[in-house]
Design a protein around this ligand. Sequence first.
Ligand code: SAM
Length: 422
Amino acid sequence: MSNPATARERLALTLATLNPVRDIVAQRVDAARPPDWCVRRGWVEFLVSLSEDRLRQAEAHGLGHYLTDLRDAPADLRALCDAVNELTALPRLNIEPFALSEPALRSVPQRKREQLSWLLGAVGPMAERAARIVDIGAGAGALTRLAAQGFQRDALGIERNPAQVAAARARAREAEPSLGPAARFVTHDACRDGLELGPNDLAIGLHACGELGDQLVRTAAAIGCDAALISCCLQKISGSLRQPLSEAFAGFGFPRGILGLTNQTAQPVGVEASIEQMLAARKVRYALFRMLRARGEEIAPGAEMRGINRRRANAGLREVADAALKLRGLAEATEAELSTHERAAEVEFGQMRRLTLPRSMLARLVEVCITLDRAAYFEEHGLFTTVATLFERRVTPRNLCVFASRDRARLPEPELAERRPQ
Ligand SMILES: C[S@@+](CC[C@H](N)C(=O)[O-])C[C@H]1O[C@@H](n2cnc3c(N)ncnc32)[C@H](O)[C@@H]1O
């Protein structure tokens, strides 16, 4: 199966690599102690001896891309990197961005504008024959407004957050003279109360998070309508486990904690904050975790910031320690205590960053698998699919998309494979 044509075939190839490393995906690196999967494979020494410079490179570009040049890396780790690189190198689409026009664009941030223009460019042939465009998880409604205006179609934005719906309606009213057919919005929880789609609808989810994306796929596949989904935040599910959709993915249920890994794809520059800032904040959170454990608090890794805005970690350990200790009714931290945990975190956090590299590399593979699971489900229902990356990582790393249609001619065509897929 050298050049797989369908999502099902690609999923089978991807699973052949994922299956033997499921133990890596399953065990987080929460402490400086090497995880079992790393010890078992004999990777500890290589990883912990990576210089700061090498570590930075691997974090920025993904271990997969970095290791290809490192001859001293263990052979099985390099082989895994090669396989992950190949499987995550999804094609870009051979499309033109859609020209967006004011005033439907008011209050839409630049990065969202870029996402919208590529997405609308990709769905053109599907939108032109659709009776209605349904924007699922519409947020403030930019996609709904622009689709109504751009394709002169009725467009419905479905959103469960009433404040977002109110904002979307207000913005649509402001832009109304230019909209043509109506952009309407409803407050509706599509996972709790179901989704109603017709066979001539085009269902779109731009960053339809977690189970909302699965709900879109399930409903659109059952009715056989055209669909476009760019997923994000796969961990946003109401249960503790994401069940596979397709038969091809049977047996690959992912717990919520593992799905959260897929939000951590490596990138040279953080989208929200610089890498430097992100690392400093993560080190502070680890120092806080350490401090709370030393105070006898039985908390799971990641729970140290519960009830505290994550951005406060940017202000340093004192700031978050004050908040976390107060929340738990504990005495204020002393200077000596703060500096003990800061110093220990300096060493241990560096160790964790190194040991976690193979697992972080697998984040994109898991994300690709779930994207292919969705596409395979469409195929199992008789639809054709295109799976690709829709925009560059600098716009957002959540850039994997699935397009599905009963008519292959309506799907956007993939073009050259990305050179740096992570
Ligand atoms: C990441 S935002 C994307 C918003 C918009 N599509 C965009 O790209 O800017 C996801 C949106 O889906 C909404 N959402 C999540 N679960 C939902 C559900 N079950 N039913 C309807 N909307 C939901 C959220 O409230 C949020 O506004």
